[in-house]
Design a protein around this ligand. Sequence first.
Ligand SMILES: Cc1ncc(COP(=O)(O)O)c(C=O)c1O
Length: 384
Amino acid sequence: MQAMLQYVDRPGVLDLGWGHPPPELLPVRAWAQASAEALAQYGWRLLTYGRNAGPAPLIEWLGTHLSTVDDRGGTPAETFVTGGASHALELISTLLTRPGDVVVVQSPTYHLALRILADRGVELVAAPADDDGLDPDATAALVGRLRAQGRRVPLLYLVPTFANPTGASLPEHRRRALVELGRRARLTIVEDDTYRELAYDGPPPASLWSLAAAGEVVRIGSFAKTVAPGLRLGWVNAAPDLVDRLADIGYVESGGGVNHATAVTMAVFGASGAYDAQVRAGVAHYARQRDVLVDALRAAAPTLTVPSPAGGWFLWVRLPPGGSARALLPVAEAAGVSYVDGSTFCPDGAGDDHLRLSFSMLPPDDLVEAARRLAQAVTTPAHR
Ligand SMILES: Cc1ncc(COP(=O)(O)O)c(C=O)c1O
């Protein structure tokens, strides 16, 4: 069975590196019910080629749903259904970049977004940031300098809400300044909004997508964190002309909607109330998990700086001065705990003074034990 899964179990190691839902939270029964209902309701229409941009039942439900968790959902003409947020970024970067371009990225940011973008042959440049996150004025200056050198800078990628890996959210005044920068500099801002609904301490901030005039920001979203990653289902909100270009990509035209049967089933899952129940259960579970790991780390390892993020799946933990996450990793793994080292999330190799710990997957007792093992590793002199 192991050969079916991306996750690799390493006996003896409590792995805080994986941002996955725990198996017991995956909606096996509710999804089976939605699948049966979708087949009963749509019959053969579920099993044939789907509309290129995605099936209307999902697009309509999603637009309405998003307007309940954000200041603006997206009209049907502004929505394209994808095989997850990764696929969304792959498609957008394929359409909007050329090899040799510069893509400006939040730093630290989702490490596999860096891979997706790098696969397009673009150069990744870290946006300047301070304690409040990405700095729009300094980023504007950076884009200006790069363009003055003759570089094409078509895109800026960021996760402004409950970010991977920091858990942090960009303050509202910076959101507005960033939207303004995108407009002024004709820079497409790609907002990865994957964690919006995993909010533990109150509602999430308004998206850049909702603050911008129609079409100025591209928002990508996913059902991987709220429902199940194996569904491979997500979306793009963008200007209608960009949605039309996505729908006109050769392989979309050849194969139709990219994950049609799953998309139709999600529409039924959403309309039945199962989606809302799933998100409620997830939010309650992950908020508890966050508190368990934060409390255990603060108690066991007082030299670590441990923030308590208001959403998402990750703690971005700072080592004591002089610490190196890369050097600590083998020591931690020998003590039976693992994580992702901070430099993985920075295109310029910064971030080695941080660890990314995920609280999403391990049972609470394992989180407490993982914190104990990490504290033991941190106090081992070998990694300094
Ligand atoms: C910020 C961010 N974007 C995208 C993804 C991947 O999403 P999907 O499974 O929908 O491709 C992840 C998963 O870790 C993520 O953290």
